[in-house]
Design a protein around this ligand. Structure first.
Ligand code: NAD
Ligand code: ZN
Length: 259
């Protein structure tokens, strides 16, 4: 992006946020690439190693072999979730501190918004740091189950009731969490400023949130490295790395509200 144009865009977005009543930030895998977690569609990412169609919810429930493979994948990817929040996550947490954020709606499962300090985080696709029992709903930290996997268990079961364990993320083919999806849709429709960061906006129904915001009269900002199918609804598009542009925007917001 041309420097003058970028400066204007940063100024415009900072003005929007400073004057907002209900600013909603909506994030996808792109905000965490600078923390070292590969996004969904990049070559060399986890999905070029594992075939996503093998990991549907239905197949997980139906076949022991599939569960074995899934747990093997979980075992191999645990280290990835020890990532730390980057400057973009931290800047968004700062927006909450200065009362310029209604909530973060995220498609990410990496817990990095909470790690950065955000309190109001709506997770549309669950959280990869937890494992839970499909029978008794007991929850276990992933690190605890990881230790069992590394000790040789191939398909760990619930230590309370012997039930089937599953990663607390929404799998392909699994219904979306009702409460989170409804709350996200509601807050999107009420947002006066809605900022998409690092999402290709192709995974539904999550990708509808910016459309709800726009339809209800909100101003839509998209900060993403590549084009999305919803760019036509955006009032501003910034094609830059989140970690470079979000801190600059939040810095300007702070200066503006201090004036
Ligand atoms: P996606 O991979 O489809 O799209 C990511 C987008 O971010 C791309 O358009 C890319 O151009 C952009 N991008 C990459 N790095 C960026 C950066 N530094 N700054 C700005 N933009 C950047 O991701 P999605 O839309 O979130 O959909 C993927 C699905 O996979 C989601 O449902 C999510 O649950 C899951 N997922 C989550 C994680 C995570 O938790 N970190 C990682 C991979 C996949
Ligand atoms: Zn149980």
């Amino acid at each position: 992006m041309h420097d003058t144009k970028l400066k204007e865009a940063i100024e415009f977005v900072a003005d929007l946020i400073a004057g907002s009543k209900r600013c909603v930030v909506f994030t996808g895998a792109g905000i965490s690439t600078e923390s070292g977690i590969p996004d969904f569609r990049s070559p060399g990412g986890i999905w070029s190693k594992y075939n996503p169609t093998e990991f549907t919810y239905q197949k997980f429930l139906a076949s022991k072999e599939n569960r074995r493979l899934r747990w093997q994948m979980i075992k191999e990817t645990t280290a990835m979730f020890q990532a730390q929040p980057n400057t973009a996550h931290k800047a968004i947490a700062e927006l909450e501190n200065i009362s310029r954020l209604d909530c973060v709606i995220t498609q990410n499962i990496d817990n990095l918004h909470q790690a950065a300090g955000n309190k109001c985080v709506i997770e549309l696709h669950g959280n990869a740091l937890w494992i839970y029992c499909l029978d008794c709903d007991a929850h276990f930290p992933r690190s605890e189950i990881q230790a069992r996997l590394e000790a040789g268990e191939e398909i760990p079961d619930c230590s309370h009731c012997g039930g089937m364990l599953k990663l607390a993320t929404v799998s392909f083919g699994e219904p979306m969490p009702v409460k989170e999806t409804e709350e996200a849709a509601q807050r999107s429709s009420r947002a006066d400023v809605f900022i998409v960061i690092g999402s290709s906006l192709v995974v539904h129904p999550a990708a509808m949130m910016p459309v709800y915001a726009k339809q209800a009269g909100g101003t839509l900002v998209i900060i993403n490295m590549s084009p999305t199918p919803h760019d036509k609804y955006a009032d501003v598009i910034i094609r830059m790395k989140a970690g470079e542009v979000i801190p600059a925007i939040v810095e300007r917001v702070k200066q503006k509200i201090a004036q």
